[in-house]
Design a protein around this ligand. Sequence first.
Ligand SMILES: NC(=O)C1=CN([C@@H]2O[C@H](COP(=O)(O)OP(=O)(O)OC[C@H]3O[C@@H](n4cnc5c(N)ncnc54)[C@H](O)[C@@H]3O)[C@@H](O)[C@H]2O)C=CC1
Ligand SMILES: O=C(O)[C@@H]1CCC=N1
Length: 268
Amino acid sequence: MTVAILGAGVMGEALLSGIVQGGRPVSDVLVAEKRPDRAAELTERYGVDVVGNAEAVKRADTVLLVVKPQDMGPLLDDVAASARPGQLFVSLAAGITTAFVEARLPDGVAVVRVMPNTPALVGEGMSVISPGSHSGEEQLREAEELLRSTGRVARVPEKLQDAVTAVSGSGPAYVFYVVESMIEAGVHLGLPRATATELVVQTLVGSAKLLRETGQHPTVLREGVTSPGGTTAAALRQLEEGRVRADFLAALEAARDRSRALSSGESV
Ligand SMILES: NC(=O)C1=CN([C@@H]2O[C@H](COP(=O)(O)OP(=O)(O)OC[C@H]3O[C@@H](n4cnc5c(N)ncnc54)[C@H](O)[C@@H]3O)[C@@H](O)[C@H]2O)C=CC1
Ligand SMILES: O=C(O)[C@@H]1CCC=N1
């Protein structure tokens, strides 16, 4: 079974790397990439064949669409004539609906929509999938199997994909923003930058592991750190005064709304 990846930027490479590390022979994977320097880099790194979009679609059983939402319309127009009934197209673009993709491809092509995230680059991604109107259990399983090589996979109805985008798609950026803020604060308190970075990154990894391995609610884990009248309570009080919780709500609503706007065809 041949898989084609159309668009091999950050997410496209994460998929390529996961699929190959997951044990699929690289001879079963094709890449189509607009930038020749990027294409050459991927051939050198993975030994993968880079071909044109139309050829990739003709030779593939499953096609992964990994270009920016704004590039999806032109890409689909470019490949529609090479697509055939029975193929599976998996779109990873934020805000692009399965109906948008289906309308530009021949009848009988199955479409699955995915919202991935960048920890896929290290095998710890979170991908959330939804079926289009012509895809059933078999196509969902096929998409799941491909994505599992980059981390965990969950299913939701498509109407929840804008919320998913706001939570796990954009989520790593919020975490990195918190990490940057904590490192900067550590430097203000007099720690060397390298020390502050090591402390914050290990605290993040350790806290994530504690959440995963104990299965305890974050509130319980937070209470475990917060001694009565102690240092943590003093810090948390400041965060509450800064309305950080309310800001997270507003931020995720903004991301959800932007995802909706992208699906109605707005570009910048
Ligand atoms: N980066 C992220 O955190 C996430 C990205 N996504 C989605 O993944 C998609 C790709 O995002 P990134 O990889 O970050 O973008 P990117 O800009 O790094 O990669 C897109 C690639 O597509 C290539 N491309 C554009 N038009 C093409 C065409 N017609 N034919 C062949 N190649 C073409 C570009 O040269 C580029 O290398 C987007 O739709 C985005 O919404 C989804 C979740 C997370
Ligand atoms: O910022 C974006 O639009 C993409 C989708 C989710 C994460 N990155």
